[in-house]
Design a protein around this ligand. Sequence first.
Ligand SMILES: NC(=O)c1ccc[n+]([C@@H]2O[C@H](COP(=O)([O-])OP(=O)(O)OC[C@H]3O[C@@H](n4cnc5c(N)ncnc54)[C@H](O)[C@@H]3O)[C@@H](O)[C@H]2O)c1
Length: 371
Amino acid sequence: MMCEYSFNFGNVKSSVCITDDLPCAADVTGNDNYLIVCDSNTEFIARRIFDKSGQNLPQANICILKPGETGKNWDSAEAILGKASRAGLDRSSVFIGAGGGVVSDLTAFAASVYMRGVRVRLVSTTLLGMVDASVGGKTGFDLFGIKNLVGTFYPAEKVFIPVSSLDSLPKPEWKSGMAELIKTAVLAGDDFLAMVKTLKTGTQNLGAAIAKAVEFKGRIVEEDPKETGHARILLNLGHTFGHALESSVGFGKISHGEAVAWGMARSCELGLLLGITSKERVAQIADVLRVFEYNTKTPYPGMDIKKYMEAIVSDKKIKSKKLRFIIPTSFPTAGLTAGTASRPAAAFGAQTAVLEDFSVLERLINGEYSV
Ligand SMILES: NC(=O)c1ccc[n+]([C@@H]2O[C@H](COP(=O)([O-])OP(=O)(O)OC[C@H]3O[C@@H](n4cnc5c(N)ncnc54)[C@H](O)[C@@H]3O)[C@@H](O)[C@H]2O)c1
């Protein structure tokens, strides 16, 4: 399969190319001076890109990071900048990130500050990276124990999504990415959700599902590149509840995807309670979460409810003591086409709801409104 999208993120052009195989070296480097960044699990993918093109990948041009979220820190950003400087990269050079969301967030961040900004290209190698992290220009790393405390908006000029690179992806990473894919499908439309459900039994629709997710996210970011409007925030569906769960059971004890899936179930319940989500819609979403074997029961095993509530009320989306949640809604019956400007939020299959009575949230966690 081969498909390409071209996006305009606040006047910055960004293209995303979805293919079966890895791109060739000339495509990723553009034959310019480059630094390729990967982690120790994706190094073989970076090397394969050059091997298959019969090119040499000099040690000076590769920066290998520690894998995973624990490596998403200033030390890694500094390592990239140091390596680029030692390799003599200048303003016309290009940074290439080959890996999952951690590598792409770090590489794009480093590119955004190196010599006041050099070009960045990404080769995405995880499901989560493909459907979410590589598209839309958010970069960054964790600092003082706070996720993505430091970051910039800096879209990659080119993103390569070689679907076959997922062959080596460990199973838990699939589950993590799948939750974001389900989230996108919940926002994007019933047909998409039905397509995602088929991925449980076979991967024949995988490339097409990734392509749909890329297009959907890209169009949302085009409408609201810096999350200052009403569109991009919807991509946080399930995340307020999910992040709070992650911090209450302990980061690393539950995968981000598991937490987001659990959070989507809570968003559904809150939607029912507020009368903005129908029972049918909740059943449809719960069914897909069940098919992919996410634990959506509440309270989640090992969760500390006090810590959970503290995390909820310190959420980034809090404004003047009111909490904002993203709630799934039904789609308008009129046709839904991605990419039309200034649609009402509900046209995305979700809307924001403001909550002042926090006691509802505690009762939600205790399973009082469980569906
Ligand atoms: N910028 C954004 O808009 C955005 C959106 C969502 C998430 N994120 C960020 O993305 C990060 C999570 O991304 P992730 O889930 O891709 O995690 P990750 O980058 O840590 O990758 C997960 C693991 O899989 C390994 N891996 C990657 N590709 C592989 C492959 N093809 N074969 C074998 N192993 C492979 C990695 O080395 C790592 O151990 C988080 O830090 C999150 O904040 C960013």
